[in-house]
Design a binder for this molecule. Structure first.
Ligand code: PMP
Ligand code: GLN
Length: 392
């Protein structure tokens, strides 16, 4: 029995400790290079840190409004307009949350009745299944297939046609695969939402970390504006993952529903960081594109290095993460066992992608490992050098 199982409710028992906590602890305990949990090893712009510090000194330290400080809500609305042409009322159509994590939890708790089905792609970010479980909702999984992580449209249509299907949860750019859903795929997603009257929830936290192609919010597709809740966060865009400033944008009635839950989860989000992220959202497009270009070079460094070591690499179009098939390098070993052995044997930590699949299907993602490349170049070189000592 894992720690926590004695008291944890049955519906949450599969979710005792996240893989990210486990692997970051293992990295610290073994002195490993941590390519597991997705956080950069350098902070974002100094200027944003200074805005946060100034806000603390100026006394912006008491509860801000539950929906978020007006400066940030206006900045989010202006960002959606400038980047995507989406017109939002900052008072009724924007809600600030404690990271995208709270946005996802509050949205599922607000919109799902027990027994409702949530259509989502698999592999999927680990909090989706956990938050669905909190809401008593049931994931309906649609498999993404390597190498391009495409899906079978019939499988999507069948999942969306279920009598209890309530909403579709899309994550593009996608963690863990780094996939950016294509315009055709987005059309298919929009079509099934319309055909079955599903709400759409989109997690777009990697919207500015796209290297190949471009990010198209689902809410911009015809007919989707009023049935889509768009979730994002400043953590990834600005390399401040510890600030936990996220948001939800949607039509007023949907935002009101999510706000009702958010006010009893956390009521509000830390004020000084909201002001700093508001400042960052005002950066001109070349500044944000510059962040992505730096990261693209790191993607290439890590992917080329892993390929040279014999890994079968699925080069991501976006995000912090590259996926590899380890079968050639570690024949017969599951990704889980490989990732548990790697810190001790090579001094490197990575994430077994099998954790992003339904535990009822142990073969799913069995050979897949996710590596984070949002690290300084010398750290990536060091990891690659250490990996040369792996022997099957
Ligand atoms: N969604 C996805 C797809 C993620 O990878 C993450 C992790 N950063 C989150 C949500 C959580 O974001 P936040 O740190 O803003 O809560
Ligand atoms: N999103 C990060 C990742 O996928 C982890 C965030 C967390 O630890 N919950 O690595």
């Amino acid at each position: 029995m894992a720690a926590g199982d004695a008291y944890l409710t049955r519906r949450l028992r599969p979710f005792t400790t996240t893989i990210f906590a486990t692997m970051s602890e293992l990295a610290a305990a073994t002195g490993s290079v941590n390519l597991g949990q997705g956080f950069p090893d350098t902070d974002g712009p100094d200027e944003l840190r200074e805005v946060a510090v100034a806000a603390i000194r100026e006394g912006r330290n008491q509860y801000p409004p539950s929906a978020g400080v007006p400066e940030l809500r206006r900045a989010i609305a202006a960002h959606q307009q400038a980047w995507y042409g989406l017109d939002l009322d900052p008072d009724s159509e924007v809600l600030v949350t404690v990271g995208a994590t709270e946005a996802i939890a509050a949205t599922l708790l607000a919109l799902c009745e027990p027994g409702d089905e949530v259509v989502m792609f698999e592999p999927s970010y680990d909090s989706y299944a956990a938050c669905a479980a909190m809401a008593g909702a049931v994931p309906r999984l649609v498999r993404l297939h390597p190498p391009d992580w495409s899906f079978d449209p019939d499988e999507l249509a069948a999942a969306a046609a279920g009598p209890r299907a309530r909403l579709l949860l899309l994550n593009s750019p996608h963690n863990p695969t780094g996939k950016v859903f294509t315009p055709d795929e987005l059309d298919q997603v929009a079509a099934v939402c319309a055909a079955h009257d599903l709400l759409a929830v989109t997690d777009e936290v990697y919207e500015h970390l796209v290297f190949d192609g471009s990010h198209v919010p689902l809410a911009t597709l015809p007919g989707m504006r009023d049935r889509t809740l768009t979730i994002s966060s400043g953590g990834k865009t600005f390399s401040f993952t510890g600030w936990k400033v996220g948001w939800v944008c949607a039509a007023p009635a949907l935002v009101a529903a999510v706000r009702a839950v958010k006010q009893f989860l956390t009521y509000t989000s830390p004020a000084p960081f909201q002001l700093a992220i508001a400042h960052g959202l005002g950066y001109e497009p070349p500044v944000l594109r510059g962040f992505a270009a730096e990261l693209a070079a790191k993607r290439d460094l890590l992917c080329d290095g892993l390929a040279a070591l014999g890994y079968d690499v699925f080069r991501p179009a976006a995000t912090y993460f590259a996926t590899t098939d380890i079968a050639a390098v570690a024949p017969g070993i599951s990704a889980r066992d490989f990732c548990l052995a790697l810190p001790e044997r090579c001094g490197v930590v990575a994430i077994p992608s099998s954790v992003f699949y339904d535990p009822a299907d142990p073969a799913a993602g069995r050979n897949l490992v996710r590596w984070a490349f949002c690290k300084r170049d010398p750290v990536l070189h060091e990891a690659l050098a250490r990996l040369t000592s792996w022997e099957p």
